[in-house]
Design a protein. Structure first.
Lengths: 334, 334
């Protein structure tokens, strides 16, 4: 049992965030979800719930500590910003609400008023129009924690697989140049530590994907494996981390091989996200490792195109809430 | 019913090829496999069958036309090269046998004595030591057909997914430079034609994967989508091909999206092979499109490490044999 609630940010109110929060709350007992509150948006949440025929009593609260008592009977929503619900029609006002909710939920978690942070999906380009000058929510949260965004490591976690993209939002052509021994080592250490501390894996096994086809085939198709990746692996092994590779990336996520590791370190965005979304689409969680707080997020976007239609699957948000609760219990004790 | 048999090459005799051929033949009735013969290696095949406790009568034949009559009672093996069976211990003699078998099976298919070619797994680097100077079997077969290897298109096909890597055995860093509108158009046409002619899909739907994360996100993470990929797609659409994209590659193989196309054109090796092996590992077939003959191959290597242990799964070879028979029936008529 957690000491306090999780903080959930609304996401873009024109996206699927609000309706999925309502859907998750409606299944709180059935799935034994940890208690959470939403930062702002009571009217948006109530209206979004109606589009899915969810009966959603909203309990306006003024402090996170009030959430535990009312979570069973109503969705606790922190008094603050609100707006109109216009699914599929993102607006400047909606972006401002999304940013206010993210800012407040993050602040409360950093200050220890919430046990963990779960962020709803935003549209980065739209948030940029209202003053959000970060590449994504991960970097925003890292800065709020006083952590160098380079030390905030994105891990994608599903029931089948955990993958970590070591480079993220850069053109594919720049990936080889962006990789370095130092990068692999720094992020490898953060992943190993997080699997022990937050995921309860006493001796985590890491697998490292190669950059080039067939892991470069002895240098015939690229030399980054020998020049950059293998030395970094050797150094991490020397520190006692159970890490192996580089393995040809195409076979690494095949049924038998994916059972041999707890997380795969991947060289670029799609190498990590293709297998995760192919295998764990409706239950993939984006976890930020290396922070003083616990932060998770569903591994999907705002999905403006289907917002308000009832088609969006709450599986990933539910998995993000559950994982945030589990990690917090492990890190802070039950 | 085919007019003739399929030709199967042995693959490296120290790998899993021979035992999987024996395992496939043993299930010929149960799975209603099309008749096939093997080019050479009768002793190797008999010894490999014993490691899996398969009762394998071998019928030595001198011409492919003899295969149909005996296939029900024995595995037809064309008289020719043979050798010792030493699983897991590749040798120069073994490489020579593999090359002789490949050469003979290819020749007979090109000359029309066999309906299609199924190649067993080889170790390229080892074959190179005995004079094989092609990047892989695909290029070897293309040249034997008098086709520019650039027009021989590799497609990976499983029960869940078909993917085509537009660039293959090059370093990841060179992929962006290797892509061109002309390349995408030429291979896109070959894939569309093959799906109609050999796979019986009257109006094939092609999806094109983006190169960069989030399909470049309007140029913020690379411009190849707008500069190279989109114009090629537009031109193919103007020719009447149902082709769409570029789509962010990470979502393209997720459950709902992968049902919207018959084949995905991918920008690089691992983009095509990661999802295929994650989803269809033990039944992935490598099909060469754009040739005057039909050629398939199991989508796995020699697996020297488990050869002779009985662990190798014959699913992919069986799928390759079945697909070769189906494609031949469609192309040449029943």
């Amino acid at each position: 049992m957690l000491q306090g609630p999780l903080a959930v940010s609304l996401g873009d109110p024109a996206g699927v965030g609000p309706e999925l929060i309502a859907a998750a709350w409606a299944r709180r007992d059935q799935l034994d979800l940890p208690p959470f509150f939403v930062a702002g948006g009571p009217e948006v949440l109530a209206a979004a719930a109606r589009t899915r025929s969810i009966s959603l009593p909203v309990a306006q609260i003024f402090h996170p500590s009030e959430a535990l008592a009312c979570f069973g009977a109503a969705l606790p929503v922190l008094a603050g910003a609100d707006g109109d619900y216009a699914p599929g029609a993102p607006s400047r006002e909606g972006s401002e609400l999304a940013l206010a909710s993210l800012t407040e939920a993050t602040r409360l978690t950093v200050e220890g008023e919430a046990e963990a942070l779960v962020t709803g999906p935003i549209a980065k380009a739209r948030l940029a129009q209202v003053g959000f000058d970060h590449p994504g929510q991960t970097e925003f949260v890292a800065e709020a924690c006083g952590v160098d965004p380079g030390d905030a490591v994105m891990m994608l976690a599903g029931p089948t697989l955990r993958t970590v993209p070591l480079t993220v939002h850069i053109p594919l052509e720049q990936v080889a140049t962006a990789l370095s021994e130092a990068l692999i080592e720094r992020k490898g250490r953060i992943v190993a530590m997080a699997l022990i501390r937050d995921f309860g894996i006493a001796a985590p096994r890491l697998a490292v994907a190669a950059l080039n086809p067939h892991a470069g085939e002895d240098g015939r198709m690229g030399d980054e494996e020998a020049r950059v990746i293998a030395p970094a692996i050797a150094r991490l092994r020397a520190e006692g981390i159970a890490i192996d590779g580089p393995f040809p990336a195409d076979g690494l996520f095949a049924p038998r091989q994916r059972d041999t590791f707890d997380a795969a370190l991947c060289m670029y965005h799609d190498q990590a996200l293709i297998p995760l979304k192919a295998l764990d689409f409706d239950s993939g969680v984006n976890v930020t490792l290396g922070l003083p707080i616990i932060r998770t997020s569903p591994d999907h976007g705002t999905a403006f195109g289907i917002a308000g239609t009832g088609q969006a699957d709450p599986g990933a948000l539910i998995a993000a809430i559950r994982m945030a609760g589990e990690c917090a219990t492990r890190r802070y004790g039950a």
